[in-house]
Design a protein around this ligand. Structure first.
Ligand SMILES: [Fe+2]
Length: 278
């Protein structure tokens, strides 16, 4: 039977990637972040995964308003990205084979767990996938299964739905006949506003950031599902709903407290970290 062996969630703020990869930037906060990513790479190595389930939110790069699934599984044999305009911004590229059998198994298994995943053979992974993959598994030596979540085009799924889908993914993985070790890597947002009055590259509501990370990290499922409404996200920035991918991770962990959860500030940005060692 397949087994989930590790869950890691990080932010995908482009500024974080740009500073981490600027060798001339030796400021203490960046050095600490590099150390953190070194630790996470080791945790992932120690978990000995065969495949990475990579969960990210779409940025209206692959999915569009006219045909928007809530949750989509990429199942073509090969994944690569990001898009050209993201490369122009200095964001990382990544490519990997897709574990097509696992991808199909997740879609099929979803039907037994009240989740009708959309699926596609026509996609690119964008920086929501390439940043966690590049910084957690730079060797690019494992197959992946990308999952895309809608957090941008209302109506978006509720926090409870993200949690339920995470729970379902855990059950589906553990029911698969293949004897593979699956690690989940994921990226999401804290408070952020894109193009609006509060637009910055960093946090626009630090109080929300610490409150929400603590709630998920402690495994307070009922508070997470009750408090993290679309309206509450909107109060803290027009793109803050990107936090919901971390709620899916809590569901994957079946609601237990995270082994590690914190925020590492870097300049104006807050960078979240979640780890569940299973
Ligand atoms: Fe994003």
């Amino acid at each position: 039977m397949a087994k989930l062996v590790e869950i890691i969630g990080i932010g995908h703020n482009p500024l974080m990637h740009l500073r981490l990869t600027n060798s001339g930037d030796q400021s203490p906060e960046v050095v600490k972040l590099r150390e953190r990513f070194g630790e996470l790479q080791q945790r992932l190595t120690d978990a000995r995964p065969d495949v990475l389930l990579c969960i990210g939110n779409d940025h209206l790069n692959t999915l569009f308003m006219d045909n928007m699934p809530a949750f989509l599984v990429g199942k073509s044999p090969h994944a690569e990205g990001p898009w050209d305009w993201e490369l122009d911004l200095g964001l990382p590229s990544y490519e990997a084979p897709v574990d097509v059998s696992l991808a199909k198994g997740i879609v099929s298994g979803g039907f037994n767990h009240s989740v009708d995943f959309a699926f596609s053979d026509e996609f690119k992974i964008d920086h929501a996938h390439t940043i966690p993959l590049k910084h957690l598994r730079p060797q690019m030596d494992l197959p992946i299964v990308p999952i895309f979540c809608n957090v941008m085009a209302p109506p978006i799924p509720t926090a409870r739905r993200f949690y339920q889908v995470g729970e379902a993914l855990r059950d589906i993985i553990e029911e698969l006949p293949a004897d593979s070790r699956v690690a989940a890597v994921c990226s999401g947002h804290l408070s952020v506003e894109i193009g609006g009055a509060r637009s910055t590259m960093g946090a626009c509501d630090p109080e929300f950031d610490y409150w929400s990370v603590d709630m998920v990290g402690r495994g307070d499922v009922e508070a997470v599902c009750r408090e993290l409404t679309f309206e509450r996200f909107w109060q803290s920035g027009n793109y803050t709903a990107g936090f919901l991918t971390f709620v899916m991770l809590l569901g994957l962990a079946r609601g237990i407290p995270a082994s590690l959860y914190d925020i590492m500030p870097m300049g104006p940005a807050n960078n979240p970290f979640f780890v569940w060692d299973l």
